[in-house]
Design a protein around this ligand. Structure first.
Ligand code: FNR
Length: 362
């Protein structure tokens, strides 16, 4: 079906399962071990319901427009950094850049993108903002060069991903056991049985500490966003270390299985340390599939929410058109949800408009 006929974001996933290569599907869809965190990311979101208000004035235009990290965005969603878009479509991440530009949202570029940085920066529009996601290299001088390069190219911030502290077992990806394109090209004699995750991550340093933040800070003036924060304590520490943003994330359930759902971490921060929302910009990603999901997070204080797999699936089934459609579905659903709970500006979403599902127990 054409992209316009996709009604829900989930429709792209259902279609992707049918048409993607086994390698692509297994790599994109896979999560760690028993996939409990992967499942919980969705389940947890479904345990929060709205407390709508009535008879609030409804404005007509621009109701989803806002800013995060000082960047204007047409709707407070961003493309989470996710590797290997070329497994789904030969044009790869350039499709994401073009779709993000047309729709007016931020793309976070994966350190393991399958397109070159130059290609993406050339594909971007005038005024379009790109953010670069960094994995620290065991060879720190390579990271230093890279950080300075992306700053010079015009990236608006550096996302430092910290939840990959070991190569996890991405169950489906490991089971698929197909050689990645890179391996296939490298040598016919190379052992065939390595997952895509394994093939692309050899340079990454798993020995990270808080002092590595100082290393990044020393090498760039750009705002730093730490991605993969999973506790109130670490949000506080990030604020103490002068970081500008955090993404509450468990890597879409791909790292530590039984990590908590980001929406629950957000709720915990809101309940225990509301003052942190004024010290550091808090974003979340993981399992966001509808506008309602996004609005719940925004109401609890998230400045923006990230989407990972839906973008890769839509790119794999429909290329740039698919990615645009996903963003448009989110935009329409977010606007509609907001109006129907009595809000017509992002800034007017309030924590008291969301609560745990079920009857009030006094
Ligand atoms: C990712 N993610 C990720 N994160 C990151 O910081 N750097 C990366 O290179 C990747 N690569 C990657 C590949 C694939 C196939 C997936 C599915 C995910 C994690 C990503 O940024 C994000 O946190 C999750 O995808 C969010 O969860 P959902 O939206 O996929 O449920």
């Amino acid at each position: 079906p054409p992209a316009e006929n996709m009604v829900m974001v989930q429709d792209f996933e259902d279609w992707a399962e049918k048409v993607l290569s086994e390698t692509a599907w297994a790599y994109y869809r896979s999560a760690a071990d028993e996939e409990m965190t992967f499942t919980e990311n969705r389940d947890a979101l479904r345990r929060y319901f709205f407390r709508p208000r009535i008879l609030q004035k409804n404005s007509t235009e621009g109701i989803t427009e806002t800013t995060f990290m000082g960047i204007p965005t047409s709707v407070p969603i961003f493309i989470s950094p996710a590797a290997m878009a070329k497994l789904g479509d030969p044009l790869g991440e350039v499709n994401l850049t073009k779709a993000a530009g047309e729709c007016g949202i931020v793309q976070m570029i994966s350190a393991n993108a399958s397109c070159g940085l130059e290609e993406m920066f050339e594909a971007k529009r005038e005024g379009q903002s790109l953010i670069y996601q960094l994995y620290l290299n065991k060879d720190r001088s390579a990271s230093e060069t890279l950080i300075q390069k992306v700053e010079k190219m015009g990236a608006k911030a550096i996302v430092f991903t910290v939840d990959v502290m070991w190569q996890s077992k991405r169950t489906m990806d490991v089971r698929a056991k197909l050689p990645s394109p890179a391996e296939a090209a490298a040598a016919a004699a190379a052992p065939a049985a390595a997952s895509v995750s394994h093939a692309i991550s050899g340079y990454q340093d798993y020995n990270l500490t808080w002092s590595d933040l100082a290393f990044i800070r020393k090498n760039t003036k750009l705002p730093i966003i730490v991605k993969g924060v999973q506790s109130v304590e670490d949000v506080q520490l990030c604020a103490d270390h002068g970081v500008q943003g955090v993404i509450l994330s468990n890597h879409g359930g791909r790292q530590a299985d039984y990590s908590p759902a980001p929406i629950d971490i957000l709720y915990e921060v809101r309940s225990l340390r509301p003052e942190l929302f004024d010290k550091v910009e808090i974003m979340i990603d993981g399992g966001i599939r509808t506008g309602a999901d996004a609005v719940k997070a925004l109401a609890l204080g998230a400045k923006a929410v990230g989407i990972g797999r839906p973008v890769l699936y839509a790119n794999g089934t429909h290329g740039e058109e698919g990615v645009k459609r996903v963003i448009n579905i989110f935009q329409e659903e977010i606007a509609s949800t907001m109006r129907n709970i009595g809000v017509s500006k992002i800034q007017d979403l309030k924590p008291e408009m969301v609560g745990p599902a079920g009857p009030w127990v006094g």
